[in-house]
Design a protein around this ligand. Sequence first.
Ligand SMILES: NC(=O)c1ccc[n+]([C@@H]2O[C@H](COP(=O)([O-])OP(=O)(O)OC[C@H]3O[C@@H](n4cnc5c(N)ncnc54)[C@H](OP(=O)(O)O)[C@@H]3O)[C@@H](O)[C@H]2O)c1
Length: 289
Amino acid sequence: MDENTAQTQDPTSGRAADPDLSALQVAVIGAGNMGGPVAATMLEAGVRPAHLRIANTSPDSSRRAAEELGATAADSREQALAQADVVVLGVKPYQILDLAAAVREQIPAGAVVISLAAGITLAQLEQALPEGAAVVRAMPNTPISVGEGAVGLMRGSAVTDAQHQQVHALFSRAGVAVDITEDQVHAFIGAAGSLAGFGFAIIEAMTEEAVRQGLTRDLADALVQQTMRGAATMLRESGVHPAVAKAGVCSPGGTTAEGYAALEREGVRAGLAAAMAAAARRSRELTAD
Ligand SMILES: NC(=O)c1ccc[n+]([C@@H]2O[C@H](COP(=O)([O-])OP(=O)(O)OC[C@H]3O[C@@H](n4cnc5c(N)ncnc54)[C@H](OP(=O)(O)O)[C@@H]3O)[C@@H](O)[C@H]2O)c1
């Protein structure tokens, strides 16, 4: 990293501006289903394609991933890691501690290591890496691939304020990036990680019913997706509580009030709560394993 990546001051607000990422060197070890979108969001945030090196299990696989993402393929993990300021470990949870042990001597001193692995704690990662390593756990969901996702960031004890700000800047195009504690990650999985999957299932169910009610599939897709998106955007932009917004669209004796009563009768609220609680519970179990 050179001086260009240092924190700069936003002259218009007086607050710290996002760091300039254009000189940052990033190594992504494991650019698969999740490492790929994470690499893409970092490129969106300002990392230069020539500075984002990918190393998968083979040079061919690295080349394919790099071409797809518009990044650079490394010939080896060692080459990807040389001079990296940020190292993303995007392999499966069962592989990550072995990988960390295998590359610990190749990670440049002062680099931040970002782990995507679910269920592997900061303490486990810090133990596998050299003493004093700056480690961040990032828990992203798949909508980060369209800039509308959520990322929970857990900060290791050796991460400096400047590195912390840099990691936030790297995820600034993902949607929202929030700091969470390791205790909160299980609730985060229910409220963001697995919730993306629940969202797909809910949208699919509503679309099928719209088709059953006589709409063409194209119309059903467009109406359901746009309305769900619009409802979320309205809440976010207005700051209005969802219960107040709901009351606002339930006219006395009207269609929405009637439909809402059916929703409650069918236990949809309880079902959603149970799904989120089950995801959080499973996350706790997988961390304990
Ligand atoms: N998928 C999700 O929705 C999601 C959500 C949150 C977090 N995560 C986390 O993301 C991590 C990756 O999951 P995934 O679904 O993206 O897995 P994946 O699609 O299988 O990707 C894993 C990548 O790691 C590479 N790899 C494996 N061993 C390697 C090694 N020794 N050296 C270099 N590269 C290696 C693989 O390369 P090849 O392509 O050459 O095999 C592959 O590109 C997991 O730890 C998971 O907990 C995933």
